[in-house]
Design a protein around this ligand. Structure first.
Ligand code: HSE
Length: 402
C-alpha cells in the first residue's frame, strides 16, 4: 500500500483524487500497489465533500507522517509550493507536481535533492496538461539531438486567437468569452502576456539540453496587441496567428522566445485551435514529431499527474534520471534571432511601397479593400536589423513575426 498526500484541493487536486478512485483497479494492476489518498491539504473546509475527513490544514501533518510516500503538489504558484515541495523531498517523500511556475523557477534544485535522496521529482502535467511530452522527450527521444521545440502551450490564448481568427472577434470580446467559459483566470495576465508559455518552453528546453534555462532570460511577448484587423490580413494571406513558445538550437547557439507568430497553412501547428495544445519537436535523426491534445483542464491534467504517481510508485527507492543538470545554458540575445516580419503601414502602397522596400528589402504586399493602410511580409532578417530599420522608417501600425 502506498499512501499519497494531495496538497491543494482545487481543480487539479480534486481531479487527481477522482482519477485515482475511478481507475483504482487499472492503477493497482499496473503498479502492483494499492495507492490511496491519506491527506488532502487545503486552507478551506469542504463540508459535505466525500473526502471531507481527509482534509488537513497543517502542512507538518504530511511532512511528519512517515507513512506518506508520495506527495502531489497541486497548489499552483511558487509560494508556498516551493517550500512544501522541498521539505517533502528532504523528508524522503517523492513529489509530483503540475505546477510549471514551480518547476521553471526551482526545478534544478528540486531535481538535485531528489537525486541526492534517491527518490523522484516528476512534473509531466506541468507542460501540455494531459499531453505526454516530458517522458517522451526524456525517454523516447533520449538518443536525439533536439534542434527545435515549437509549441502552442497555452489553451487560453489559443482559444482567444481561434475566436478572433474564425469569428472575427476582437481581443477583448474573445477574452471575455474565455473568462465566461472558465478558461481564462479572472486576472488573465499570466496567460495573455505569455508568462505561462514562457515557463513551459523553459521546462522543455531544460530537458532537451539537460541544462538549466533561466526563464527570466527568455524573450516573452503576449497577444494583447493582436487585433481583428491583423486576422483580416491573415485570412487574405492564408495564414493564422498563434502564440508560440519556441526554442531553436543551431550552430552551438540556443534561442528561446515566446511571441505571436504568423504561420502558413502548411505549418504543423496551423490546425491547432481552441483550447488545444500541441508541441512540435524536431530531432536530428527522428525528424519532426507532433504531440497534440488537451493542454489544460481537470481530468486531462490529473491523468498526467496520476501517471507520475504510478511511475513514482514503481521507483520508491531509486531515482529516474531526467537529465536536467545544474549547468547553466547560455541563451542567444533576441537581437540575433532571425524572422520574417509581417508589418502594417499607414497610408497607401502606391505611395509608400518603394520606400518600404528600400528600407526592408524585397517584400510581399498585402492590401485589403477600403483600408487606409497596407501590409507587407519581409524576407528574413535579424531582430537587430528589423528594429533599426523600423525605428528609422516610423509609421508602423503592427509587426508580427513570421
Ligand atoms: N492557464 C493555462 C492554459 C492552464 O490556459 O493553458 C494550463 O497550464
Amino acid at each position: 500500500m502506498i499512501q499519497v498526500a494531495v496538497m491543494g484541493y482545487g481543480t487539479i487536486g480534486s481531479g487527481v483524487v477522482e482519477v485515482l478512485e475511478t481507475n483504482r483497479e487499472i492503477i493497482k494492476r499496473k503498479t502492483g500497489q494499492d495507492i490511496s489518498v491519506k491527506y488532502i491539504l487545503d486552507l478551506r473546509e469542504f463540508p459535505g465533500d466525500p473526502h471531507e475527513d481527509l482534509i488537513v490544514h497543517d502542512f507538518s501533518t504530511i511532512e511528519k507522517d512517515p507513512d506518506v510516500g508520495i506527495v502531489v503538489e497541486a497548489m499552483g504558484g511558487v509560494n508556498p509550493a516551493y517550500a512544501f515541495a522541498k521539505a517533502c523531498l528532504l523528508a524522503g517523500k517523492q513529489v509530483v507536481t503540475s505546477n510549471k511556475a514551480l518547476v521553471a523557477a526551482h526545478g534544478t534544485e528540486l531535481l538535485q535533492i531528489a537525486r541526492d535522496k534517491n527518490i523522484n521529482f516528476f512534473f509531466e502535467a506541468s507542460v501540455g496538461g494531459g499531453i505526454p511530452i516530458i517522458r517522451p522527450m526524456v525517454q523516447c527521444l533520449a538518443g536525439e539531438q533536439i534542434l527545435e521545440i515549437s509549441g502552442i502551450l497555452n489553451g487560453t490564448t489559443n482559444f482567444i486567437l481561434s475566436k478572433m481568427d474564425r469569428e472575427g472577434q476582437t481581443f477583448e470580446e474573445a477574452l471575455k468569452k474565455a473568462q465566461e467559459l472558465g478558461y481564462a483566470e479572472r486576472n488573465p495576465e499570466a496567460d495573455v502576456e505569455g508568462y505561462d508559455t514562457c515557463r513551459k518552453i523553459t521546462i522543455l528546453t531544460s530537458l532537451a539540453l539537460e541544462k538549466e534555462v533561466n526563464y527570466e532570460e527568455v524573450y516573452t511577448e503576449g497577444i494583447t496587441k493582436i487585433t481583428d484587423t491583423d486576422f483580416k490580413y491573415a485570412a487574405k494571406m492564408g495564414t493564422s496567428i498563434k502564440l508560440f513558445g519556441s526554442s531553436r538550437m543551431a550552430d552551438g547557439k540556443t534561442s528561446v522566445f515566446v511571441c505571436p507568430m504568423m504561420i502558413d497553412r502548411d505549418h504543423p501547428l496551423y490546425g491547432v485551435s481552441d483550447v488545444f495544445n500541441a508541441v512540435m519537436v524536431r530531432g536530428n535523426m527522428v525528424g519532426t514529431l507532433m504531440f497534440y491534445g488537451s493542454g489544460a483542464g481537470k481530468l486531462p491534467t490529473a491523468s498526467a499527474v496520476v501517471a507520475d504517481i504510478m511511475e513514482a510508485a514503481c521507483h520508491m527507492t531509486d531515482n529516474v534520471p531526467l537529465g536536467w543538470s545544474s549547468e547553466k545554458q547560455q541563451l542567444s540575445d533576441v537581437k540575433e534571432m532571425r524572422f520574417r516580419y509581417f508589418i502594417r503601414f499607414a497610408g497607401s502602397a502606391a505611395e509608400k511601397l518603394a520606400d518600404v522596400e528600400a528600407a526592408f528589402g524585397k517584400t510581399e504586399i498585402i492590401e485589403l479593400p477600403g483600408m487606409d493602410e497596407f501590409a507587407v511580409l519581409t524576407g528574413e532578417m535579424t531582430e537587430l536589423k528589423y528594429h533599426k530599420v523600423a525605428a528609422a522608417f516610423g509609421d508602423i501600425r503592427q509587426m508580427i513575426r513570421a
